[in-house]
Write a new protein. Structure first.
Length: 457
């Protein structure tokens, strides 16, 4: 009599498991995500005790040396990775369908192959001929770039052992499967075990691995959250599939900063680096009330972004608060400060805020620019021409200092701006350092509004 196989119900969203089926997952609160999966007993190979062969060492005796990085051929991708690809690192690239994940990795693969390093591109969603057609369009054909269409992880590991590449790419992790696990490809068990095996190959052989993953309709990684903990770096590729520009961010990076940002433009030949993002975002700007430029800093890169606000009277209650690329709760807080500290009767009006170019503003230094934009639209007055504004706004209406203020002003002056409203503390530090740049120091939000719009509102 055949022995009955043990099964568990596993949430396909977060990986929570239970012996019984439940309509709502206790782990993440999602409905109808519990799927029955067979629990495979550990194989003899996995049951054994794996060892690196090295005994434990005192940390003071371990040699500390920087791992040699190699370039992907894309300055923007290298920037987000922390300076290039590290051998043995495992990178997860996540994004919406059609955003350009495969195009980005295929183009980088070709550039790395042209530099003399062998690259293995493993696709589980397309045939090798389809990859060749895309490579011709992207001008990504290279002799050292090898392509195979395979979903069996054991066969993939055999290919890696035979080819011995410097980098291999998995497109995508949701299509891969291990034959000794009976659940379907894309399930929590398959994704987790495949990722662990890929990590083992990367660390033992010193091969860099790029893994492409899909996202859910909420914008988070599809599959178990443990996948993000396994890999060394998680890159999120953002942007509308019909839009012209894409943004690459690192939300986790063991070998670099998570504050860097890479910008790409979609063209006929694929994704192309955009090195001067500030000039790009301001190229279509038309000065109008409610339009203010804020110098932000993304990692080590200063970036000038246009903030737009539209304040309109409404007969309906409650008034609407809509924000694009800014947290709407942050807008509500700043509106309360404007009404309480500046006596600006803005609370009864509809307020719409947008960041041009699709860059999301999260740093507090954009608070003052948001306030000036909303006050300018409410009063119907233009801010000073060729002016930038930055500063953090407190609940009592004070303007707090920002970091890297000098780099922000240098970038603004490079692009032809002649005035800046900054916190008073930064003003005292930078006063007299910039010829041709008029600096205004503000201690309160009221001071900032008077400096930004010469007439009292």
């Amino acid at each position: 009599m055949a022995k009955k196989k043990k099964t568990m119900y596993v949430c396909q969203n977060c990986g929570y498991d239970n012996t019984r089926w439940m309509g709502k997952c206790p782990g993440c609160g999602a409905w109808n995500t519990m799927v029955e999966e067979v629990v495979a007993p550990p194989s003899e190979e996995r049951r054994g005790t794996a060892s690196s062969g090295e005994p434990p060492q005192p940390i003071a005796e371990i040699r500390a040396e920087d791992l040699p990085r190699f370039s992907t051929g894309s300055g923007e991708l290298d920037r987000v990775l922390g300076g290039g690809v590290i051998p043995g690192a495992m990178v997860l690239v996540v994004g919406d369908p059609g955003v350009g994940k495969s195009s980005l990795t295929l183009r980088a693969s070709a550039d790395i192959a042209r530099a003399g390093r062998r690259v293995l591109y493993v696709t589980g969603e397309e045939s090798a001929r389809q990859i060749r057609m895309r490579a011709d369009r992207l001008q990504a054909v290279a002799d050292e770039l090898l392509v195979v269409s395979e979903t069996n992880l054991d066969a993939i590991c055999a290919h890696v052992e035979n080819v011995k590449p410097a980098l291999f790419i998995i497109d995508s992790i949701q299509t891969m499967y291990r034959p000794d696990i009976e659940s379907a490809p894309g399930s929590v068990s398959q994704v987790r075990e495949c990722a662990m095996e890929l990590m083992r190959v990367a660390k033992t052989a010193g091969i860099a691995v790029f893994v492409i993953g899909h996202v859910t309709k909420e914008g988070s990684l599809a599959g178990p959250r443990v996948l993000e903990h396994i890999v060394d770096t998680v890159l999120y590729f953002e942007g509308e599939r019909n839009a012209e520009y894409r943004v690459l961010r690192a939300v986790k990076n063991r070998f670099g900063s998570t504050n860097e940002l890479g910008l790409f433009e979609m063209r006929d030949v694929g994704l192309v680096d955009v090195p001067d993002a500030s000039k790009l975002f301001l190229s279509e700007r038309a000065p109008e009330s409610g339009s203010v430029i804020v110098p932000t800093v993304e990692g080590t890169r200063p970036l000038l972004v246009e903030v737009q606000a539209l304040v309109a009277p409404t007969p309906y209650q409650p008034p609407r608060r809509t924000a694009d690329s800014v947290d709407v709760k942050r807008i509500q807080l700043l509106l309360a400060v404007l009404e309480k500290r500046v006596r600006l009767p803005i609370g009864a009006a509809d307020v719409y805020v947008k960041v041009a170019g699709g860059i999301r503003l999260d740093e507090p230094a954009a608070d003052l620019a948001l306030c000036v934009a909303m006050a300018s639209s409410f009063a119907g007055r233009l801010p000073r021409p060729q002016m930038v504004v930055c500063g953090e706004v407190g609940l009592s209406g004070e303007v707090r200092a920002v970091s890297q203020a000098e780099q922000r002003i240098i970038e603004a002056q490079r692009l032809g701006f002649h005035a800046a409203v900054i916190p008073m503390k930064n003003y005292r530090q930078l006063k007299g350092k910039f010829a041709g740049m008029e600096l205004f120091g503000a201690e309160t939000i009221g001071d900032a509004l008077k400096c930004a719009m010469p007439k009292n509102i």
